[in-house]
Design a protein around this ligand. Structure first.
Ligand code: KIV
Length: 276
């Protein structure tokens, strides 16, 4: 059975040969599968707005949504490190609100740490949550919750000035006590440079192979969506498999070849013709 990793294990991976991996997960059935796999960590991301609830983006996901999904994932994956995402609006009002919401996700969700988006500006919030005893994962670069400010889902850090701002943010998060940082949607050479210049591990998504760890959205890498961003490799084609299964079922039900004898209860009942 897989041994659950801890915050110190994750921090110790920095610069090591093993690349810890993370996948998003939002429900019990899939959590059980991840738990059986070699994947080290689960993110109950606010991407659940799109993957589970059918929203256009992540804004609108609530703390209650995250807690609901986190609880079920934790139940299904007792041997996997679980990160609960702080949704938009749960940590940008006041420090008190931020700590209160982090406490709720950590305690009610039962996860192993929380994640929040933002760099230098959010460092004081990270510091307050860490002080409250909750491990924090940072998230910089393309931050979906504030993508409206970026003009959409665009690669970040492409100029020298923007690259410096991201490195400064990474350092500010490290200084504030974050134990790891997600780098999303930035040039691979910048992610490699940030990874070299901070002492906590980085986890890349659309940030190249130079990060200490990697994360992907499950629905993307399993090929459940028809469109995926450039950085996603489809490791399966579940969309075709699932659609094929649904349509074969409809066809066989209509042909009355399903359920065949093997799929029915064949107990003999004497005198059934006498039913009134
Ligand atoms: O919510 C999410 O799935 C994320 C990943 C893209 C890192 O934040």
């Amino acid at each position: 059975m897989k041994k659950k990793i801890t915050v110190p294990d994750i921090m110790a991976c920095k610069g090591g040969a093993k690349v810890p991996t993370m996948i998003t997960c939002y429900d019990y059935t899939n959590a059980k599968l991840v738990d059986e796999s070699d994947i080290d960590m689960i993110l109950v991301g606010d991407s659940l707005g799109m993957t589970m609830i059918g929203m256009k983006g992540t804004v609108g996901v609530t703390v209650d949504d995250i807690i609901y999904h986190t609880k079920h994932v934790v139940a299904g994956a007792p041997n996997t490190f679980v990160i609960g995402d702080m949704p938009f609006g749960s940590y940008n009002v006041s420090m008190e609100e931020a700590v209160k919401n982090a406490n709720r996700i950590f305690a009610e969700g039962g996860c192993d740490c929380i994640k929040l988006e933002g760099g230098t500006d959010m460092a004081p919030v990270v510091k307050a949550i860490v002080k409250a005893g909750i491990p924090v994962c940072g998230h910089i670069g393309l931050t979906p919750q504030t993508s409206a400010m970026m003009g959409g889902f665009k690669v970040q850090g492409k100029s020298l000035e923007a690259a410096q701002a991201l490195l400064d943010s990474a350092r500010a998060l490290e200084e504030a006590g974050a134990f790891m940082i997600v780098l999303e949607g930035i040039p691979a050479m910048l992610a490699t440079e940030i990874t070299k210049r901070i002492s906590i591990p980085t986890m890349g998504i659309g940030a190249g192979a130079g990060c200490d760890m990697q994360v992907l959205v499950a629905q993307d890498m399993l090929g459940m969506n028809d469109w995926v961003p450039k950085f996603v490799k489809k490791y399966a084609d579940l969309r075709t498999t699932i659609l094929g299964a649904y349509n074969d079922y409809v066809k066989e039900a209509n042909e009355r070849t399903f359920p065949a004898e093997a799929y029915q209860y064949n107990a003999k009942i004497e005198g059934l013709e006498n039913l009134k």
